[in-house]
Ligand binder design. Structure first.
Ligand SMILES: Cc1ncc(COP(=O)(O)O)c(C=O)c1O
Length: 423
């Protein structure tokens, strides 16, 4: 069946795209393991895991079975005043998997909403303590989502803060951490953020950041000692630390959660994306007993959030199956293997004059160019080479499903080399 691309082009808004001059879209008929089948019949190797989410690729038997099994019981019931087994089981899993002391779980609809919830938790915590605070500190080049609170802590240029001037709350931005993951550590890297904390501590509700890997804001990997230093700053000046693990959670960086690289525990964590193995939208915000109790004992007495699809049973059932699958496979070995292949097969890119840097961490491989790409042109070339890779700005990257084979990953990396080779 061929798709009605005319309708799509005229009526359907795609992400970050103009309605008058939309970028071309490719029709997908089906997807299986690491292959997307286009309506033309062409098969593309998936290098994106559908924006970091599909840990085990597509059409995964265990996840299909979980969805089918649950849908015959109930697709959804409200979470207000009702509860159910899929949510309870997921809560138990998240409490046991996430860093220590995070034991109160708020199930919500998407990553952006999980971030909103985390910001509200921090604000309500200080309000309940009788010392209200109204700002957040974060680091430049971060990305936390497209809703207003999340956007306010996303990089000001990346999130086009000018466009929403006076509507977006003003936050405090420290420079991007200067020392990369594999570089020699130098504690001077913490000087600026320390100064910002000292100057603004009475009004900072929390520091929010993506631990170790800044994703959509630049695909940058920073030094674990920086994260350790930020945790120590939060302890010293009595600030909360929110770790946005929406992109990094569930093994992507080589640790189950990226906070583990620095051996720190955040006060609040956000997870999403691959929580359901990339099947559907579900996210969660977890916090400590102390924060939850403080909020609950405060003047408001309740936490003020409750989305319609909170704890959706169908999504929770699939998330449970996905987390079981993850914990029952040797994901550490798979991610380590992908890391080695990425290092090996992306290394030829180092020599190209178009390339500024090549970096790999866990199952993330990034080629940063000197100039921004023309997405439509580059995308077409990738499709011709049989791969699905969607670059942005100067960044061409892959973040494959954990089940990718060596031959498939090599084809992805070879395609990158070919496409970024100067003509
Ligand atoms: C670190 C991080 N936080 C939050 C989000 C927002 O998640 P969602 O797109 O599910 O709203 C993203 C999405 O890319 C992300 O990478």
């Amino acid at each position: 069946m061929s798709l009605d691309h005319q309708f799509d082009k005229k009526h359907l808004w795609h992400p970050y795209t103009s309605m008058s001059e939309p970028l071309p879209c490719y029709g997908v008929e089906s997807a299986e393991q690491c292959l997307l089948t286009l309506e033309s019949g062409e098969k593309l190797i998936d290098g994106m895991s559908s924006w970091w989410a599909c840990l085990f690729g597509y059409n995964v038997p265990e996840l299909n079975a979980a969805a089918k099994n649950q849908i015959d019981k109930m697709a959804h019931v409200m979470f207000g005043g009702l509860t159910h087994q899929p949510a309870i089981e997921l809560g138990k899993k998240l409490v046991s998997m996430t860093p220590k002391h995070l034991e109160k779980v708020f199930l919500c609809d998407s990553g952006s909403v999980a971030v909103e919830v985390s910001l509200k938790m921090a604000l309500q915590y200080w309000h309940a303590k009788g010392t209200p605070k109204s700002q957040f500190l974060t680091i430049r080049n971060g990305y936390h989502g497209d809703t207003f609170g999340a956007m306010s802590v996303t990089d000001p240029e990346g999130a086009m803060h000018d466009l929403y001037h006076r509507f977006l709350p003003e936050q405090i931005f420290a420079p991007q951490p200067s020392i990369c993951f594999h570089e020699q550590w130098n504690s001077d890297s913490l000087l600026e953020i320390t100064e910002l904390v000292i100057n603004n501590k009475s009004n900072i509700a929390a520091i929010i950041l993506e631990p170790i890997v800044q994703g959509a804001g630049g695909m940058y990997f920073y030094h674990p000692e920086y994260l350790k230093g930020v945790r120590a700053l939060c302890d010293e000046y009595d600030l909360l630390l929110i770790a946005d693990e929406i992109a990094t959670g569930f093994g992507r960086t080589g640790k189950l959660f990226a906070c583990e690289h620095a051996d720190i525990n955040p006060d609040i964590i956000c997870v999403g994306k691959s929580l359901t193995g990339g099947y559907m939208s579900l996210a969660a915000t977890l916090t400590t007993e102390h924060i939850a109790r403080t909020i609950s004992d405060g003047k408001a007495g309740v936490f003020m959030h409750g989305p319609t699809f909170m704890g959706n049973p169908l999504a929770c059932a699939v998330a449970n199956a996905s987390l079981d699958k993850l914990m029952n496979m040797n994901w550490q070995q798979s991610v380590k293997q992908i890391e080695q292949w990425l290092q090996q097969y992306l290394s030829p890119c180092h020599t190209l004059s178009t390339v500024k840097s090549v970096r790999v961490l866990g199952a993330i491989g990034v080629v940063q160019l000197n100039e921004a790409v023309d997405v439509a042109v580059v995308q077409k070339k990738f499709v011709e080479l049989g791969v699905w890779i969607r670059p942005f700005g100067k960044l061409v990257y892959v973040m494959p499903p954990y089940i990718i084979t060596e031959a498939q990953l090599k084809q992805l990396c070879d395609a990158i080399y070919q496409v970024v080779t100067p003509s």
